[in-house]
Design a binder for this molecule. Structure first.
Ligand code: FES
Length: 223
């Protein structure tokens, strides 16, 4: 984990930004950086997730603070947390944006294609700039796709974890895949530095901290 500076080089209409930063700071898909604009009076840092590669840095997933503009200097800490890990043997990969844009999952697409996997992206929002080989389906196809896939990566907000759990359990015969992983989005103001507990999630019968135990958890831990 490093503490360094980065600079915003570009902002996009969808709320993402392109950051230039030292290579070792670039988070893997599912990991995050805590970012605080230099001289900003914002009380808390913002978690920033990887979406796309970019020269000398990366493009974040949206949203980012409205006050971030090209030229804004960011104090960055990270990479933090546990990200996704696609099993090397996986050849049928499902990316499921359960309740949001799929930007946090986007970084998995080149990794999946590099290992010659088929990729199906489930989301209910419009997506652009996808490789043609990636099939897009609505989230309501999730149960069928979970039966097809040999690895699934899911992005869900903390408030929708129970809904995700119910949807999966509705289909009683769904195979439980230890390879399936879930990114739980929640506020992570301290990134484990102050042990504030704001990011607590219930995993099984235990409280875990999304900022350091996650934000990516095994699906089986949730069921
Ligand atoms: S963000 Fe403070 S403990 Fe997780």
């Amino acid at each position: 984990m490093k503490l360094e500076k980065g600079i915003i080089k570009e902002t996009f209409l969808d709320g993402s930004v392109r950051i230039e930063c030292p290579h070792e700071l670039i988070p893997a898909p599912g990991q995050y950086l805590l970012a605080h604009a230099n001289a900003s009076d914002a009380p808390l840092a913002d978690p920033v997730f990887f979406s796309h590669s970019a020269p000398n840095g990366f493009v974040t997933a949206p949203p980012t603070p409205n006050s971030w503009m090209p030229g804004t200097i960011l104090n960055l800490r990270g990479p933090l947390g546990h990200g996704f890990a696609i099993p090397v043997a996986a050849r049928k990969i499902a990316l499921i944006a359960f309740d949001d844009y799929p930007a946090r999952l986007h970084g998995l697409i080149p990794l999946a294609l590099n290992q010659n996997a088929e990729v199906v992206l489930l989301c209910d929002s419009q997506v652009n700039d996808l490789p043609e080989v990636v099939e897009v389906q609505p989230v309501k196809a999730m149960q069928d796709i979970l039966l097809w896939a040999d690895y699934a990566a899911v992005d869900v907000s903390r408030g929708k974890v129970n809904q995700l759990r119910e949807k999966i359990m509705e289909q009683g015969h769904v195979r439980m895949r230890p390879e399936a992983q879930v990114l739980i989005r929640t506020q992570m103001p301290c990134g484990a530095l102050a042990e504030c507990g704001v990011c607590a999630v219930t995993i099984g019968h235990y409280w875990k901290m999304a900022c350091k135990d996650g934000p990516v958890f095994g699906l089986n831990e949730l069921l």
